[in-house]
Ligand binder design. Structure first.
Ligand SMILES: NC(=O)c1ccc[n+]([C@@H]2O[C@H](COP(=O)([O-])OP(=O)(O)OC[C@H]3O[C@@H](n4cnc5c(N)ncnc54)[C@H](OP(=O)(O)O)[C@@H]3O)[C@@H](O)[C@H]2O)c1
Length: 253
């Protein structure tokens, strides 16, 4: 299937590993030029080099921290200089603070602040600054990567659920406000995708037993759903949250 997005430019945040990296590869495989943003400069440049080698498209690495206003300003300045505006924005973020706790045990302001800035503040800052640049084009795709916990909370992951629900709400508002602009806005909600998030064999095994499909997904399998939402084919889908979790979520809607 031709996704019809060859030659377009995509900003993919939190893309030095895991889901963000896989999404950048999936888009590059469709001929999209990715702009990568994450803190680890060396890892980010290695991902950009791998994308250029494997897919033959230009990939640009912009090292920076989603929690930093200065870094986001620098990212926006680079975007303007490089392409004016991206056609596709994939808002991925870092993970919540470890170790996981029940909400009444979340008593440290630093953990709340870190979770808020990494998962919600940074996502909104980037979207808020990039979408106005996209609007004059009359075409665009905004896709936020959240978590399946927005539909069904996972125990001891309150610091994730609380802020990702905020991202979901922001994206829903945005999708309605700019629905007539040609820019679609959706969220993809992962669970059980086999990235460096899962460290030990025992954790992996415990995960597998909770997934109705009896397995985890590869990052590439997850990234294919993001690439679809970025495609021309998904032009009438907006304001949605697509759960990609191997059937774990028990909610009806
Ligand atoms: N894998 C799953 O099944 C699953 C399930 C539910 C939710 N999620 C969520 O999906 C997102 C991606 O997950 P993943 O499994 O791919 O995690 P991962 O492999 O740990 O990747 C996280 C990415 O975020 C970047 N990052 C972290 N903090 C950042 C910051 N402050 N500024 C900029 N970039 C930052 C990291 O790069 P640097 O360290 O270089 O900055 C890395 O590229 C996370 O928010 C995760 O919680 C994943």
């Amino acid at each position: 299937m031709d996704f019809g997005i060859a030659g377009k430019v995509a900003l993919v945040t939190a893309s030095s590993s895991g889901l963000g990296e896989a999404v950048a590869h999936a888009l590059a495989a469709e001929g999209v030029k990715p702009i990568l943003f994450a803190r680890s400069a060396d890892k980010l440049r290695a991902v950009a080099a791998a994308i250029e080698q494997r897919h033959g498209v230009r990939a640009l690495a912009v090292p920076g921290d989603l929690r930093s206003k200065d870094d986001i300003e620098r990212l926006i300045a680079t975007l303007k200089q490089e392409c004016g505006a991206p056609d596709i924005l994939v808002v991925n973020t870092g993970r919540p603070p470890l170790t996981l706790r029940e909400v009444l045990d979340e008593t440290e302001d630093e953990r709340w602040e870190d979770a808020y800035r990494t998962q919600l503040w940074g996502a909104i800052q980037v979207t808020q600054k990039v979408v106005p640049l996209m609007l004059p084009r009359g075409w665009g795709r905004v896709i936020a990567i959240t978590s399946a916990s927005v539909k069904q909370p996972t125990p001891r992951k309150g610091l994730s659920t609380i802020f990702r629900v905020g991202v979901t709400a922001y994206m829903k508002h945005l999708s309605t406000e700019i629905a007539a602009s040609g820019i679609t806005v959706n969220s993809v909600c992962p669970a059980n995708i086999n990235t460096p998030t899962f460290r030990s064999d025992s954790e992996l095994q415990a995960r597998r037993t909770r997934v109705p499909m009896g397995r985890l997904a590869s990052p590439e399998e997850f990234a294919a759903s993001v690439a679809f939402l970025a495609s021309q084919n998904a032009g009438f889908i907006t304001g949605q949250s697509l759960v990609v979790d191997g059937g774990m979520n028990a909610t009806l809607l």
